[in-house]
Design a protein around this ligand. Structure first.
Ligand SMILES: Cc1cc2nc3c(=O)[nH]c(=O)nc-3n(C[C@H](O)[C@H](O)[C@H](O)COP(=O)(O)OP(=O)(O)OC[C@H]3O[C@@H](n4cnc5c(N)ncnc54)[C@H](O)[C@@H]3O)c2cc1C
Length: 409
């Protein structure tokens, strides 16, 4: 039996330090500028592509780390560097995972390279699921995909919102309703290839945080895409729909495992790891400041009121990381998430990041409230971690229903 250890291997430490170097030397110095510009930091993404940090290969290598810690480690370091730029670098991965999870080998080989482009001409991709009336409640989705058999084309109509990289992406992955009677089981995912007529960017949002990451509406008006752009293919979709219709007719029958929920449980720790990175960054700034700043003739860290805050911050960050690592290890080891451990990690890490960055601002006093210091940006950035990829309330709902043994929906 393998010996239990929480020590990273030399190889893992090497990768972590390499990412940390990029985060410290390239991302940190650029963070304030791109936050103010509220634009996608293309030059930084290009730098990441040049060294192989912005590529499917890199994420695939981390994904296949047998301990499960490759992805959370990479996420923590990148988001320690800066969350807005970090999301610009990893946002494409959300769309790529959509293709990896549902696409055929041919679709994976065709579309994922076009999502990343190459170092000379970097591209990004977008994953478009949320809609104005369908956020937490995915079953309220209205974007329709209708099959035109004569032309072997799908026709998409609807409005997506909150899409990271929406409208500026080379490739959009769009989730749409193919059978409105089946709720979420009647949804399917489609590739919208580059420059497809009918897809346009709607409003670009001016946000509170992660401002270097582009977030926009995506409008789909009679968007015609070839039949082969349905992820997984028509045959598989028809089989899946037939099974769902059968279950709808026979609700007492055997419940199939909810594959989408299992995927969320496995992907949520990666988002939690991003929040851990932001929290750690703010904590480090606050610790240094508390040691340097003198009031009443002594460093402010000599006051128990400040020191205890730092102790709590550090404890919560470490606890969040441990929950993230546990869930990531479980996903890699194929352990069932019997207590929604993936949701637990995202919930705790997101809430911790928001709390710790607020405490960091308090420890920096007036300076913490200014843009001269990075903690106010980190606090703004952290706030999204209780909202996207499932709000904190939805995580609690999933955990509560899982531990109670009742269906999640
Ligand atoms: C910056 C940013 C980037 C994003 N990127 C993407 C992306 O790339 N692709 C994509 O598809 N989506 C993306 N999203 C969308 C994001 O996932 C949604 O905003 C999120 O799921 C919440 O949906 P909503 O905003 O409609 O809030 P709502 O669902 O309207 O929720 C509003 C409030 O009600 C609460 N609530 C809702 N239902 C319940 C319930 N049953 N019990 C208790 N409380 C409840 C929520 O927790 C929340 O506090 C992004 C969002 C943002 C802000």
């Amino acid at each position: 039996m393998a010996e239990f250890t929480m020590e990273l291997s030399d190889e893992q430490k090497e990768v972590r330090d390499w990412i940390h170097g990029f985060a410290a030397d390239v991302m940190r110095p650029a963070a304030a500028e791109w936050d103010e510009r509220e634009e996608t930091p293309w030059p930084v993404i290009q730098e990441a592509a040049k060294i192989g940090l912005y590529s499917l290969d890199f994420y695939a290598q981390q994904f296949f780390d047998p301990t499960g810690l490759g992805i959370p480690m990479a996420m923590e370091e990148l988001f320690w560097g800066d969350a807005g730029i970090g999301l610009s670098i990893v946002g494409t991965g959300l769309a790529a995972v959509g293709v990896l999870a549902n696409g055929t080998e041919e679709q994976i080989g065709t579309w994922i390279p076009q999502m990343y482009g190459d170092a000379a001409d970097v591209k990004v991709a977008a994953f478009c699921s949320s809609e104005p009336d369908a956020g937490s409640d995915v079953s309220a989705m209205r974007t329709r995909a209708v099959y035109d058999e004569a032309k072997d084309e799908w026709v998409l109509n609807g409005t997506k919102t909150w899409a990271t990289n929406g409208g500026i992406a080379n490739v959009h992955v769009v989730v749409a309703v193919v059978d409105p009677d089946l709720g979420p089981k009647g949804h399917a995912s489609f590739i919208v290839p580059p420059k497809t007529p009918g897809l346009s960017q709607g409003q670009k949002f001016k946000k509170h945080g992660i401002r270097a990451s582009h977030t926009a509406e995506v409008v789909l008006e009679d968007v015609r895409i070839p039949g082969h752009c349905l992820l997984g293919g028509k045959e598989k979709l028809d089989e899946r729909l037939a099974r769902a219709r059968e279950r709808a007719r026979n609700p007492g029958g055997e419940r199939l495992k909810n594959a989408a929920m299992a995927t969320f449980e496995a992907s949520r720790p990666a988002v939690g790891a991003q929040a851990v990175g932001i929290a750690r960054a703010a904590y480090e700034v606050a610790l240094d400041y508390a040691k340097d700043r003198v009031q009443f003739g002594r460093p402010i860290i000599d006051n128990q009121g400040v020191a205890f805050q730092l102790a709590d911050m550090r404890t919560q960050i470490d606890a969040a990381r441990l929950l993230v690592w546990r869930a990531s290890w479980m996903a890699t080891a194929g352990k069932p998430f019997t207590s929604a451990e993936g949701s637990m990690s995202k919930l705790f890490a997101g809430e911790t990041a928001k709390k710790v960055t607020a405490q960091a601002m308090q420890i920096l006093g007036g300076n913490g409230y200014t843009r001269e210091y990075p903690v106010e940006r980190m606090h703004r950035d952290s706030s999204i971690y209780t909202i996207f990829e499932g709000t904190s309330e939805i995580q609690r709902l999933v955990i509560a229903r899982t531990v109670a043994g009742v269906p999640i929906r």
